[in-house]
Design a protein around this ligand. Structure first.
Ligand code: SAH
Length: 424
């Protein structure tokens, strides 16, 4: 927000920032209010959807958890409609910033339709493939994530506001998509923070016991929703896998933190890689990678269940060399507080990867920690370049695929970085 204020005052000639922006809209009588403390309104005029408890001065007595409320400035002027949760640090999640558009069933349906229309527009509705249909804040639906795997839908709920309306959302998804099944997944940390209990499992239709097969970039991947991580597969990397594959021709590739082989198997299948080694610490993931190699008729993929930190070090010390190394580790930090430790871990894995690369080798290096900024990540790479004495040329700076959009009003939803580099 500090940066925005700077931008506003120098570029767009904004108001005196010691004051809240003015609203001339009166409160609506029939919606309970949540009134902000003085000088707390600015982010919400910028349409940020999270009203933290410390900014709230008063909640009208008749409002209870899960209710629609209207957010007011300290002077009692209307800002937005949202949903209240006393249990969460995010006291109100905002969904409508338009006084004339209160939160009704019709309002939600329109939001869902807009999200689906976007996926259609960007050609992500191919029935054999998968995509993120609804991406929480980025689609104006804070707390709701909906993924599609072929004709199967997986819903992840990260807010009480959505949880108490789940039947309605499921009804809309059934009506608009006619899926073969709908499953619910939960993330325990989020559920706890929001004070909700989520029972995971299939809630409508049937999901085949043997799993399903998804086609992504002309490559086949098995999806097992009962055990898979995330909502079954890392859909956010789909375009990065294809982009990385373009650099893999005739190279020996080491795919670290491979999960079920997303990057490595795409490199072998469409990128023409000579040989691929996938490494992951999860036995489930590695078995999946083996099956995926088989599914795609590949005989040049080796899958190893092992710790990637150890593997990187051991392979580097043994003097192994690769034409490409892919690093797609899990989130190393969930908070900005542990940022130094996270950057050390990124530095470690990237340094080992650079040691493993022959001159002119390709490094595909990712970070899905939202708290690590692109700038932090580049500084980490600079450290690696300095320490190893190698030049690192960034060829492509990429983010998540467009079915995982980023809303500029809530930059917290920008998390994925994927850099494709040439290491001299
Ligand atoms: N690249 C994958 C997604 C990777 S997600 C794809 O394209 O689909 C991160 C992976 O890192 C997970 O599969 C997890 O099992 C694995 N992982 C986490 N810590 C690990 C460690 N220390 N050693 C090896 N694998 C690890």
């Amino acid at each position: 927000m500090a940066k925005f204020k700077e931008f506003e005052s120098t570029i767009i000639g904004g108001d005196d920032s010691s004051q809240d922006p003015a609203s001339d809209q009166a409160a609506t009588a029939d919606v309970p209010f949540v009134r902000l403390k003085p000088r707390k309104a600015q982010p919400f005029f910028g349409r940020h959807p999270w009203v933290l408890s410390q900014g709230v001065d008063e909640v009208e007595k008749r409002a209870s958890n899960g209710d629609v409320v209207q957010l007011l400035t300290d002077k009692g002027k209307f800002i937005a409609y949202g949903i209240l949760n006393f249990h969460s640090r995010i006291r109100v999640r905002l969904y409508s910033f338009d006084h004339s558009k209160p939160i009704t069933d019709e309002f939600w349906k329109e939001k869902i339709e807009a999200a689906l229309a976007l996926r259609k527009q960007i050609n992500y509705m191919d029935e054999e493939g998968g995509c993120r249909l609804i991406s929480s804040e980025a689609d104006g639906l804070s707390g709701l994530i909906v993924d599609r795997y072929g004709k199967h839908i997986v819903v992840q709920i990260t807010a009480l506001a959505i949880h108490v309306r789940l039947d309605m959302f499921i009804g809309f998804l059934q009506e608009l998509l006619e899926p073969e099944s709908i499953s619910i997944r939960s993330e325990s940390g989020m559920a706890k923070a929001e004070g909700i209990e989520i029972e995971p499992g299939v809630i409508a239709g049937t999901f085949p016991e043997e799993g399903i097969v998804l086609k992504e970039n002309d490559t086949l991947f098995g999806i097992d929703l009962t055990q898979g991580q995330k909502t079954g597969y890392y859909l956010d990397q789909s375009e990065n896998r294809a982009a990385a594959a373009k650099y893999m021709k005739d190279r020996t590739v080491l795919d670290m933190f491979s999960y079920t082989g997303g990057f490595g198997i795409t490199a072998a299948k469409i990128g023409g890689a000579k040989e691929v080694t996938c490494v992951d610490g999860s036995g489930f993931a590695i078995k999946g990678a083996e099956k995926n190699a088989e599914r795609n008729g590949l005989t040049n993929v080796t899958c190893v269940e092992a710790d990637c930190f150890d593997q990187l070090k051991e392979r580097a010390e043994a003097g192994e060399k690769y034409g490409a190394v892919i690093l797609d580790p899990p989130k190393f930090t969930r908070t900005r507080r542990n940022i130094d430790e996270a950057l050390k871990a990124y530095y470690f894995v990237n340094r080992q990867a650079v040691r493993l690369l022959e001159p002119g080798g390709i490094l595909v290096t990712c970070s899905c920690s939202g708290n690590v900024t692109a700038e932090d990540f580049r500084m980490m790479l600079l450290g690696v370049a300095q320490k190893t004495g190698r030049d690192i040329q960034v060829l492509e700076q990429r983010g998540a695929s467009p079915d995982h959009p980023v809303s500029v009003t809530c930059m917290e939803n920008e998390y994925l970085k994927c850099y494709i580099c040439c290491v001299r």
